[in-house]
Design a protein around this ligand. Sequence first.
Ligand SMILES: NC(=O)c1ccc[n+]([C@@H]2O[C@H](COP(=O)([O-])OP(=O)(O)OC[C@H]3O[C@@H](n4cnc5c(N)ncnc54)[C@H](OP(=O)(O)O)[C@@H]3O)[C@@H](O)[C@H]2O)c1
Length: 330
Amino acid sequence: MGHSAPDARYDAMIYNRCGDSGIKLPAIALGMWHNFGGVDIMQVSRDIIIHAFDNGITHFDLANNYGPPPGSAEETLGHVLRVDLSRYRDEMLISTKAGYNMWPGPYGEFGSKKHLISSLDQSLKRMGIDYVDIFYSHRPDPETPLEETLGALVQIVRHGKALYIGLSNYNPAQTIEAAEMLKQMGVPCLIHQSRYSMFDRSVELELLNTIEKLKMGFIAYSPLSQGLLTDKYFEGFPPASRAAKQYGFLRKKQVTPEVVEKARHLNEVALNRGQELSQMALAWLLRDKRVTSVLIGASSEKQVDSNLAALNNMSFTEDEIQTIENILAE
Ligand SMILES: NC(=O)c1ccc[n+]([C@@H]2O[C@H](COP(=O)([O-])OP(=O)(O)OC[C@H]3O[C@@H](n4cnc5c(N)ncnc54)[C@H](OP(=O)(O)O)[C@@H]3O)[C@@H](O)[C@H]2O)c1
C-alpha cells in the first residue's frame, strides 16, 4: 500500500538552486550518518524519514559506510523506500558517497576506479534502487591520480548509475582542479559538501568563494556541530544524546565547558530572537546565499520539526550578527 504523503508537503519548504544547475535543493536536507543504522530502532528511523519527506525535505544524504554497521543506513533507506515511499522516488533526491574505509583490503577505500564503481554498485543494491541522484567522492585521495577518480565518477554518470557528481572534503585547490577536469570531461560537478557551522568556519576562508566562482552548489554538513549548537548539553549528558552513545562520533571530551559556555551565550541571542539555538544556528548559515542547503542530522521527528522552524526567521539585524561574532571570537 505504501505511505500517502500530504498534498501540502511542499508549501513551507524553501528550495534553492544548486549552483547553475537545473536542480533545486531544499534549504534543509536530512543526513543519515547517525540514527539510521542497524543499531538504531527501525521504526524510529523510518518515522523520521517519512516525517521529513512529508514536510518538504526531498534530499536524503547517505554514504556507503553510514551505520553502524557500515552499509546499514543505506539498507534502512532501502527498506523505507520499498515499504513506504517507492511511489515517491521521483520526488526524492538521494545521494551517497564512497571514499572512506568500507571493506578490508586495498580496494575498500579512497578514490580508485575499482573502489568507487564497486562501492556504488553495493550501495544501489542495499537501497534497492537503479540510480542515485548524486554520487560523491567522499574525500580526496592523495595517491590515486585525480583523472582516475574523476573518470570513474564520469563513467558512473554515463552509465546512468548517478545523475550528478559531488565532491566532499576537497580543499579549494583540489576543488578548482577537479572542477576544471570534470568540465573538460563534459560532466560538471553539481555540488560540494563540507563541514560548516558557527563552531567550524574554516570554509569561510576560501572554499565558499571558490565554490561560488565555480558555480557549484554548497551543502553544509554538521551545521549544528553534531548537537553542540543546541541546548542539550547545558545540564550534562542526556542518555540518548550522541555524545553519550557508545558509537557516536561526538565524544564526551569534545563537549568542553568552554564550548558549552559559548553555546549558552549564543542561546541567549537566539531566545531574544524568539528562536531556539539550533534554529538560529541553521538560519545563520542559510542567510549566506552561497549556502544552498544545510544538511542536518536528527534523532527524532521533533528535532526535524524544530529545525524546519528555522525557516520562519532567517533575517538578522547588524547588532545580532555582531553579538554572534563577538561570542564566537571569545
Ligand atoms: N561528507 C562528509 O564527510 C560528512 C561528514 C559528516 C556528516 N555528513 C553529513 O551531514 C549529515 C549531518 O551531520 P550531523 O548529524 O553531524 O549534523 P548536525 O545537524 O550538526 O547534528 C545532528 C545531531 O544534532 C542533534 N540535533 C539535531 N536537531 C536538534 C534539535 N532541534 N534539538 C536538539 N538536538 C538536535 C541530534 O543529536 P542527538 O542524536 O544527540 O539527539 C542530531 O543527531 C550527516 O548525516 C551526513 O549526511 C557528511
